[in-house]
Design a protein around this ligand. Sequence first.
Ligand code: CTP
Ligand code: MG
Length: 254
Amino acid sequence: MTVPTSLKGPNLNAAAVVPAAGRGERLGPGAPKALRELGGVPILVHAVRALARSRAVGLVVVVAPANGVAEVRALLTDALGERESAALVVVPGGETRQESVRAGLAALPADIDVVLVHDAARPLVPVDVVDAVARTVADGAQAVVPAVPLADTVKQVNPASVAGTPEPVVSTPDRSTLRAVQTPQGFRRDILDRVHAKAVAEGVDATDDAGLVERFGGRVVVVPGHEEAFKVTRPLDLVLAEAVLARRRSRVEY
Ligand code: CTP
Ligand code: MG
């Protein structure tokens, strides 16, 4: 097998698919999560910039809420600057994250060999993480997931049917063997297309794309993620994200 030496160019053509069609229910009332602002800039714009700044990414496919495609396209076209040279495509999303990713995959040109799937809800992912994931696929991995060690000990329980009821503990997995996974997750395009098609045929639902590869017998590897690649899910995450942005801005200024 030839190992590509360049991330962009004739050897390897990478695109990013950005599911951004969720409502953000856990964030509370307001605009769809991808359009909520951080530092005065929509979360989705932060996420797309982070991808487009990677030399590995030549195309970004954003999967927007079905009734917001034109708005999202206009927003991103205005927001992307000179440093962000990737081409942009915006398509409508589906009812689930998996359906939205599938809509993004369907919009990829035939010459794309590597796909990075990145949640719009992870706006502050450092470009080094994007590069590292793309490089690991370029070096021959089928599927790559950035991840971080867990801070908390995790217990497996028998979930109670009524919230607030004490739940019996079943076991305590060895924390040193656990990782919290992030995005972008990177894939050989043929493999990601195949597992998404199988998931439809067999009615399989997974919370992440690498989970589908595992489910159908592919090999997934983990590379170091970054604490700033956390997902904006609940209101407190917005507070943290604003603080991270403020810290970045103060470092640039002084
Ligand atoms: N997503 C999507 N299409 C859906 C559901 C989710 O594109 N039908 C996207 C979200 O926009 C987000 C990513 O998948 O960027 C991860 O999902 P999550 O963090 O759960 O976001 P939401 O589904 O929007 O939030 P919630 O579950 O709180 O409603
Ligand atoms: Mg969700």
